[in-house]
Design a binder for this molecule. Structure first.
Ligand code: PGA
Length: 253
């Protein structure tokens, strides 16, 4: 058994029409999820409600893909955390590299994290380096700096239940996966960083890996001591494939 319950999240990104999303959710719902894993899907904002109607009452949980740093109000085109909270959606992905690529800074992400905590939403906070940082061998310091600048000053009392997702940008959607050993190496450093802030949280909080995860590499990554789950993009859009990835999170003695 893993020390922490594996958390497997499918990030649908900007994919599927409503009909396709609902059908995908129905196909996932037909697959029984073991109690030994937590299975989550993150459809686009527009699809959260219809998909929620499909998965409610099943073991599948939902996450939003982002949220505004602002309170509900006059912010055309934005989605407030209150709206996510109002749908009783427990998780929100924050700091995904594709969102950072659209200009979300560590400073803005700090505001989003504070907003999520204030609303009782659990962030899945993404961090990760690009190819040049990786090649220079500066991954660890880069990732720890992202953590420090966005989360470092927020009281650890608020962190309960949040998740971390290490996603090397060069591995996202490219078919190039970090080796299981590399994922472990970075996850271990992240855990150490958390531990230094709060020993108990360092043991408790889950750290995911993301970047070209498929059913054939999921298990070897999940076997790593400090990797407690996966954030899956492309491979989460096929029910059978994603079902196998969720199945890879079930560890028996
Ligand atoms: P990918 O995306 O699995 O398609 O590489 C992962 C992610 O961006 O979360």
């Amino acid at each position: 058994m893993k020390k922490r319950i594996p958390f497997i999240c499918g990030n649908w990104k900007m994919n599927t029409t409503v009909e396709e999303g609902v059908n995908l959710a129905k196909a996932l719902k037909e697959q029984t999820v073991s109690e030994e894993v937590e299975a989550v899907i993150a459809p686009s904002f527009l699809h959260l409600y219809p998909v929620k109607e499909v998965v409610d009452g099943s073991s599948w949980k939902l996450s939003a893909q982002d949220m505004s740093s602002e309170e509900m109000g006059a912010h055309t085109g934005e989605v407030a955390g209150e709206m996510i909270q109002g749908l009783e959606i427990p998780y929100v992905i924050l700091g995904h590299s594709e969102a950072r690529g659209r200009g979300q800074s560590n400073e803005l992400l700090k505001k989003k994290l504070e907003r999520a905590f204030a609303l009782g939403l659990k962030p899945i906070f993404c961090i990760g380096e690009d190819e040049s940082v990786y090649e220079e061998g500066k991954t660890i310091s880069f990732v720890l700096n992202q953590l420090e600048e966005s989360l470092g000053e927020i009281s650890t009392e608020k962190w309960a239940g949040m998740l971390f997702a290490y996603e090397p940008i060069w591995a996202i959607g490219t078919g190039k996966t970090a080796s299981a050993e590399d994922a472990q190496k970075v996850a271990k450093e992240i855990r150490q960083w958390i531990r230094e802030k709060d020993e108990a949280l360092g043991e408790e909080l889950r750290i995911l890996y993301g970047g070209s995860v498929k059913s054939d590499n999921a298990r070897s990554i999940l076997e790593q001591e400090d990797v407690d789950g996966l954030l899956v993009g492309g491979a989460s859009l096929k029910a059978e494939e994603f079902g196998k990835i969720v199945g890879a999170g079930v560890f028996h003695e």
